[in-house]
Design a binder for this molecule. Structure first.
Ligand code: FPP
Length: 236
């Protein structure tokens, strides 16, 4: 084994099984450089690809990113269109790359208002990557409260007993473990309607780094910080 890979193994002695990321700060990153906000999202999309691949390299089994919230429709139309275009572009190239990286892509959120073109690409990518076991969830038109209501309605319709297990089976993340670590860059200290049910025992890591500047080294810092936490799940 090469020296660097041994070192990496030691550094990631307790790699979280599931890391979720709020990819925040794209707009401020662009503004600081006098560039349009959509440029920040473009760089943010590249960083997402790098970080998703890196997570797989270090043994993370699930990564979830917040790409577009149910509230983001309030943004100027050109910005919304730019993010949707980026997603379409990304899905066009994703198949080839994710085949190489062997990552399964899943989407969390309500697809109803998305364009037919985007919905078709999402379905194709999900279908073609479903054989892989490392999962990358992209939260798109996602809101934690909306997800909880959606699951509650489904539970009622199915006439099931309201247990945590039955409820979880109606969430977009059905069958997946809850996030161990939630990372939010850009200095904001809030959850913004992200994975409200699933975050019950997640550890949080906040950093001032803006998402377009986020690097694998920053992810290493988050994982090292996580490794120093004592998770008690309500026990002692
Ligand atoms: C938050 O930063 C970012 C978003 C609302 C969009 C995130 C989208 C991408 C990174 C591109 C597409 C994603 C994929 C998976 C290909 P912000 O705009 O709120 O930044 P600000 O707080 O600095 O204004």
């Amino acid at each position: 084994m090469a020296f660097w890979s041994k070192k990496r193994k030691i550094e990631h002695n307790a790699v979280p099984r599931h890391i979720a990321i709020i990819m925040d700060g794209n707009g401020r990153w662009a503004k600081k450089r006098g560039l349009p906000r959509r440029y920040g999202h473009r760089v943010g999309a590249k960083v997402f690809r790098r970080i998703a691949t890196y997570c797989k390299e270090i043994g993370v089994q699930y990564i979830t990113v917040y790409a577009f919230s149910t509230e983001n429709w309030k943004r100027p139309q050109d910005e919304v269109e730019a993010i949707m275009e980026l997603l379409c572009e990304y899905l066009d190239t994703a198949l080839a790359e994710f085949e190489e990286n062997r990552i399964r892509l899943c989407f969390l959120g309500d697809r109803t208002p998305l364009s037919d073109k985007l919905k078709a690409k999402m379905a194709e990518v999900e279908e073609k990557s479903k054989k892989y076991t490392t999962v990358c969830n992209i939260a798109l038109n996602y809101g934690g409260r909306a997800e909880i209501l959606h699951a509650a309605r489904a539970l009622l319709e199915a006439g099931e007993e309201p247990t945590e297990e039955n409820f979880s089976r109606h969430l977009y993340t059905a069958g997946q473990p809850d996030p161990d670590l939630i990372i939010r860059p850009s200095g904001e200290l809030r959850l913004s309607n992200f994975l409200l049910w699933q975050c019950a025992y997640s550890e949080f890591y906040f950093t001032d780094v803006l998402w377009p500047d986020f690097t694998p080294a920053e992810l290493d810092r988050a994982v090292a910080d996580y490794n120093g936490r004592k998770r008690r799940y309500g026990g002692v």
